[in-house]
Write a protein that binds this ligand. Structure first.
Ligand SMILES: Cc1cc2nc3c(=O)[nH]c(=O)nc-3n(C[C@H](O)[C@H](O)[C@H](O)COP(=O)(O)O)c2cc1C
Length: 377
């Protein structure tokens, strides 16, 4: 069905379509009969798909990556479409317009997007209002970032403000220090600057009644030496894990012509061409930390085999964005089918013994000090 509609949608400006889709979904969200329909067609629950990490029980390991539900407007609907968790944001303390338009482009030959949105969002306070209608069973992660207008001294305060205001309303946090077009990402990923931000957040968390997991989202372009320093910081300081990762600045291996790429200008590439880079990063982090640091694998996942491969490479959970745009609302269900939970019901009907589950059962949550090994979670 989506394959029929997609050519029409793709005739329009991608940001316009995104905005319209968000509006329609937000409008439709309260309709409970629609929720039932979505769940019936798209949601695929099975005990073998469940995961348990850091005290949170995920219905399945596939989440929606940051950037689609920037303002926390459609996470309920996204959960009905099958996602095991939803990352909202990036949210900055103050609302911001982002970069001048046009700033989002489809590279259809590559099943990719080029984005220089510049972290446009309506600000943390707006998202807080939207989070009040959250259904408790939905796992929501808040991706937080700095305001582009903030100077270097204000940056840690920006993160702290967003973190503190959202703390009671979400289940986990992703600290975005890797956006390619807003601010100076190389500086933020420098561990001395990063630790200024993170120390404040971890101290703040220590004052809170409930412990909530904190992840750091990195760029797949980060040099290994810088990555090693961050992994070391994360392991030593009780950061729960890494989101690997964000868009890439690299134009390598694209089928889109150089002429067109030059005409579009700067931006991060998301989608299929990113996959090998993110997979490499997940493997690297998993090997380097000997599985002690949970990873959310994100970048270019376009089919079930890749979802499986990313999990096998050491990701505890995975996230998708561009694949969902290209494949439509049935995408998550197709990915989950590929993870192949045992078909107990069918087997029982036939009176046969259930096969061994293809997936490992949900694992014990990692202790908060990250000292236990989490091999290939
Ligand atoms: C239009 C667009 C907007 C995005 N906005 C954000 C954002 O605000 N914060 C963030 O951390 N990542 C953002 N991302 C990056 C995605 O979360 C994800 O890391 C990236 O797209 C790679 O995954 P994918 O290949 O499945 O799309 C954005 C991506 C796109 C395409």
């Amino acid at each position: 069905m989506y394959k029929l509609i997609r050519p029409i949608l793709f005739k329009f400006n991608p940001e316009f379509i995104h905005k319209m889709t968000m509006k329609v979904l937000h409008f439709l969200e309260p309709l409970s009969f629609l929720r039932g329909i979505n769940r019936f067609f798209f949601r695929k629950d099975h005990p073998a798909l469940e995961r348990e990490y850091f005290g949170l029980k995920f219905r399945n390991p596939i989440g929606l990556a940051a950037g689609m539900d920037k303002n926390g407007e459609v996470y309920n609907m996204m959960s009905d479409l099958g996602f095991g968790f939803v990352e909202i944001g990036s949210l900055t303390p103050k609302p911001q317009h982002g970069n001048p338009k046009p700033r989002l482009f489809r590279l259809t030959q590559d099943k990719a997007l080029l984005s220089r949105m510049g972290l446009n969002n309506k600000g943390v306070r707006h998202a807080i209002e939207n989070l009040r209608t959250r259904r408790p069973e939905i796992i929501v992660a808040a991706n937080i970032a700095r305001n582009s207008s903030s100077n270097e001294e204000q940056v840690p305060k920006d993160y702290d403000t967003a973190f503190s205001l959202l703390y009671d309303l979400v289940d986990m946090f992703v600290v975005n220090i890797s956006f390619p077009t807003a601010g100076r990402p190389t500086d933020l990923q420098d561990v001395s600057f990063l630790s200024e931000i993170m120390d404040g957040l971890l101290d703040r968390r220590a004052t809170m009644e409930e412990h909530k997991p904190v992840f750091i989202k990195l760029s797949p372009d980060i040099p290994d030496i810088q990555l090693d320093a961050i992994l070391d910081y994360a392991l030593r300081n009780g950061v729960e894990g890494i989101v690997a990762g964000n868009a890439t600045s690299s134009r390598e291996g694209l089928s889109t012509s150089e002429e067109r790429l030059n005409s579009l200008g700067k931006g991060g590439i998301c989608g299929a061409p990113l996959y090998e880079k993110s997979l490499r990063m997940v493997r690297y982090i998993h090997d380097k930390t000997r599985g002690k640091l949970p990873i959310i694998g994100c970048g270019g996942i376009s089919n079930a085999a890749q979802a499986r491969e990313m999990l096998d490479a050491g990701a505890s959970l995975i996230e998708v964005y561009t694949g969902f745009i290209y494949e439509g609302p049935g995408f998550v269900e197709r990915l989950l089918k590929g993870l192949d939970p045992p078909k107990e019901k069918k087997e029982k009907k036939k009176g046969k013994k259930s096969p061994e589950p293809a997936l490992p059962p949900a694992e014990e949550p990692l202790p908060q000090d990250n000292t236990a090994t989490q091999e290939n979670a």
